[in-house]
Design a protein around this ligand. Structure first.
Ligand code: HEM
Length: 492
């Protein structure tokens, strides 16, 4: 039994914070060269054991939640933003019930409605003068430019508000709700994660916004209950009907906080993914053209124009699907998945061991970290790992199976390299795995594909300047600003 090798650092408490913060994936790569798949680094006083590769993913995602827990790591960041008694501010069993409650409302029936709603919102947005006056250009041959990440952030929150969040939230988007959102969002940074409370304006604004937003949702709940039942059957309505296993109804403040959690969980993940998709399509007009032709084939009206998208059709668009999956491979929005270690835990010898007859042990109080970002770009597992190439999801039969499979932990997937992955032990996990797996995947796929398809139907894209690098300074991997895309209105 011994400790995993410690990454060398000069300054004791600070540790490797600078290298990790600047580019975590490069940092992990260079550590792997020196230390192998298991190593420990110091991050502002925390001791973090990194376990790389599919087996490392399995160790963290598949670990027993009573030993390897998310709450202690994430709660200081998320509880002040989401609010009390939900997600990581409650026992894990309660979170599991809360996730089930939300899942009840993420049905195929709902997705059918959402496709049209997203298309509608995107079209409205593009016709408004909000987004760099897209479409206000009279001459179809004229090129304009828009900041992809900023524009997609707007479209993502509007489409999420219209679909998941419900009519009341969408109607209030332009009336102060967006400002509350921004104040809350500015409380989700590495600084706020490291220090839960500091006497700084961003913390005060975060706390005020949390309280106001929580009240805002709770007011909607009160009005709905007091009214004549004339409200949409949305996520909130579904949460109002749920009860915990012990018979307890879900209190209003918990519903409010779950709605805030959903808003925040789906915002940067989806908006950065969609921005990356568009950036890659702008960089590869040949592939953008294939995506466009796929739209023409499925939805084109003879003589020009398109009919409305339908959910069933959206699921049969292999090129768009491959483009999104490949983008999530190369730009997984969440680069580090962390858990807190509640009691000493041995690392399986197959992952790394000091010698044949001993194992590494992660002591209680340490953090463990898996990075699907790294395994998703690992040259040991992927051909031309660093190249964005959607055809890899179309070529190999195994890849197609991966793209099409409904994720559940018992599915075995052949990645086409003779590698069979199962559940948590997979190199491709943009939505995580195990107990904490994302419940928003299908919604995100509906949202991203509807936004991209709607935009591509209307505009052509070209990259403006060099391809943006990744910005790791927030909690997510987003394109470095200005992430500009040149566009031109299509001729129809
Ligand atoms: C969990 C990724 C969109 C809600 C996760 C996790 C990942 C992830 C990696 C696991 C975190 C962990 O194990 O620590 C993504 C990506 C998205 C996306 C890449 C879009 C491209 C969404 C959306 C929603 C959402 C749209 C809401 C509708 C959640 C929730 C969890 C989760 C509730 C569970 C947290 C837990 O159990 O600890 N997501 N997500 N996500 N995500 Fe997503």
């Amino acid at each position: 039994r011994s400790l995993p090798p410690l990454v060398f650092h000069w300054i004791p408490w600070f540790g490797s914070a600078a290298a990790y913060g600047q580019d975590p994936v490069e940092f992990f790569k260079s550590c792997r060269e020196k230390y192998g798949n298991v190593f420990c680094f110091v991050l502002l006083g925390r001791k973090v054991v990194v376990t790389l590769g599919p087996k490392g993913n399995d160790f963290v995602f598949g670990g027993k939640h009573t030993v390897i827990a998310a709450e202690e790591v994430y709660s200081p960041l998320t509880t002040p933003v989401f609010g009390k008694d939900v997600v990581y501010d409650c026992p894990n069993e309660v979170l599991m019930e809360q996730k089930k409650f939300v899942k009840v409302s993420l049905t195929t029936d709902k997705f059918r409605d959402y496709v049209g709603m997203v298309e509608d919102e995107v079209t409205q947005f593009m016709n408004s003068d909000l987004a760099f006056r897209i479409f206000q250009l009279n001459d179809i041959n004229e090129w304009g430019a828009f900041g992809s990440y900023k524009t997609l952030a707007e479209m993502t929150i509007l489409t999420a508000a219209r679909t998941l969040q419900g009519r009341e939230i969408r109607e209030n988007m332009d009336k102060g709700f967006a400002d509350l959102y921004h104040d809350l969002d500015h409380g989700l940074t590495p600084l706020h994660w490291m220090f839960e409370n500091l006497p700084l304006p961003s913390y005060r604004k975060r706390d005020v916004a949390q309280e106001k937003m929580s009240q805002f949702y709770q007011n909607i709940l009160r009005n709905r209950r007091a009214g004549d039942g004339d409200y949409e059957d949305d996520v909130m309505a579904s949460l109002m009907r749920q009860t915990y296993r012990d018979g307890r109804p879900v209190p209003d403040h918990e519903i409010a906080h779950m709605m805030i959690a959903l808003l925040m969980a789906g915002q940067h993940t989806s908006s950065s993914s969609t921005a990356w998709v568009l950036l890659h399509l702008a960089d590869r007009p040949d592939i953008a053209e294939q995506v466009y032709q796929e739209q023409v084939e499925h939805f084109g009206i003879p003589g020009g124009g398109f009919r409305e998208m339908a959910y069933e059709d959206m699921r049969k668009l292999p090129i768009l699907d491959a483009v999104i999956r490949e983008t999530l491979r190369v730009h997984a929005p969440i680069h580090s998945i962390m858990r807190y270690v509640r009691s000493d835990v041995p690392i399986p010898a197959s992952l790394g061991a000091p010698s044949e007859d001993s194992v590494y042990v992660v002591p209680k109080g340490y953090t463990v970290l898996a990075s699907p970002s790294l395994s998703q770009m690992d040259p040991l597992m992927w051909k031309d790992a660093n190249t964005w190439d959607p055809t890899r999801w179309l070529d190999a039969a195994g890849m197609a199976a991966q793209a099409k499979r409904e994720y559940d932990d018992d599915t075995k997937v052949d990645f086409g390299f003779g590698l069979v992955s199962k559940g948590t032990e997979s190199p491709y996990l943009p939505f995580g795995a195990g107990r904490h797996r994302c419940i928003g995947e299908q919604f995100a796929m509906v949202q991203i594909s509807s936004i991209v398809a709607t935009m591509l139907r209307k505009i052509e894209l070209r990259l403006e300047g060099p391809f943006p690098k990744s910005d790791y300074s927030s909690m997510m991997v987003v394109p470095k600003e200005p992430s500009l895309i040149a566009y031109r209105r299509r001729n129809f």
